[in-house]
Design a protein around this ligand. Structure first.
Ligand SMILES: NC(=O)c1ccc[n+]([C@@H]2O[C@H](COP(=O)([O-])OP(=O)(O)OC[C@H]3O[C@@H](n4cnc5c(N)ncnc54)[C@H](OP(=O)(O)O)[C@@H]3O)[C@@H](O)[C@H]2O)c1
Length: 231
């Protein structure tokens, strides 16, 4: 049963939507964000505990995840100091053993190499990756390494792989598939609020334990065309 959750990267756009969904479900929330971003959580400050600090600071994470039944982590490739890897490793090391661990990333992460990417996406990763590393503002390989460590871990994790994102009101729980390239995912668009909804719902969905679902908005054309019929 989920009573208390930790949201790591709570001040970002995805993080704040997750705070909203978690509070809506009545969970106690502990948020971790960089010191300079604490003000971005002002709307929630009376309802959540905030632990300021870098999300790859092991002491910060150890304190934040203590006693939590679930940990929702926003994995970002920013900087070139293994930020994602440090964050993921700290969560894997310090979260209580039975806790549900949910991590976010993008479709570019592959678990088994069976994802099929469009030339457009391959070109984007090929060009953006080296350029971002050269300019020292992001390191896509760091997010790849973070996920490799999660996939190899025997905790109760889920890695949610987001499509392109857009803002807007919720359309409902996204649909998912194991591999990018599956027809249901073709539309490649999800509302950010629903990405957050999928992350929070995953806390109580044991079918997603040790899965890396790639998600897409439930009202996109590809989801509507290929979603299994409901009875
Ligand atoms: N954007 C997309 O189109 C897209 C597509 C697919 C998947 N995703 C995935 O969705 C998740 C959220 O992405 P998002 O783009 O929507 O961003 P977001 O929710 O706004 O989150 C960005 C996070 O990165 C932190 N951050 C920003 N600059 C940083 C820096 N220099 N060093 C350390 N942390 C920094 C932010 O913290 P502060 O609040 O402190 O700035 C925030 O926690 C990620 O896992 C991403 O891989 C994104």
């Amino acid at each position: 049963m989920i009573r208390k959750v930790c949201i790591i990267g709570a001040s970002g756009k995805l993080g704040r939507y997750m705070v909203q969904h978690a509070l809506h479900r009545g969970y106690k929330v502990v948020g971790v964000c960089r010191e300079k971003s604490v003000g971005k959580l002002d709307a929630f400050k009376d309802r959540i505990a905030i632990i300021p600090g870098a999300t790859n600071d092991r002491e910060v994470i150890k304190k934040a995840v203590a006693g939590c039944d679930g940990v929702l982590t926003v994995l970002v490739p920013w900087g070139v100091q293994q930020y994602s890897t440090g964050t993921a490793q700290a969560v894997l090391d310090f979260a209580p053993p039975r806790a549900r661990l949910i991590f976010s990333c993008g479709w570019h992460i592959t678990r088994d190499g069976k994802d099929v990417y469009t030339w457009h996406m391959k070109a984007l990763v090929k060009i953006f990756g080296p350029l971002a590393r050269l300019l020292r503002f992001a390191d896509l390989d760091d997010q790849v390494e973070a996920c490799r460590r999660i996939f190899a871990n025997d905790t109760r994790w889920t890695v949610v792989r987001g499509s392109d994102l857009e803002e807007g009101e919720s359309e409902g729980l996204p649909v998912w598939s194991r591999h990018v390239g599956d027809p249901i995912l073709k539309s490649n668009l999800t509302r950010r609020i629903d990405f957050a909804l999928f992350m929070v719902e995953a806390l109580v969905n044991d079918e997603l334990v040790r899965e890396a679902p790639a998600i897409v908005g439930c009202r996109t054309p590809s989801a509507m065309a290929h979603a299994p019929a409901k009875y």
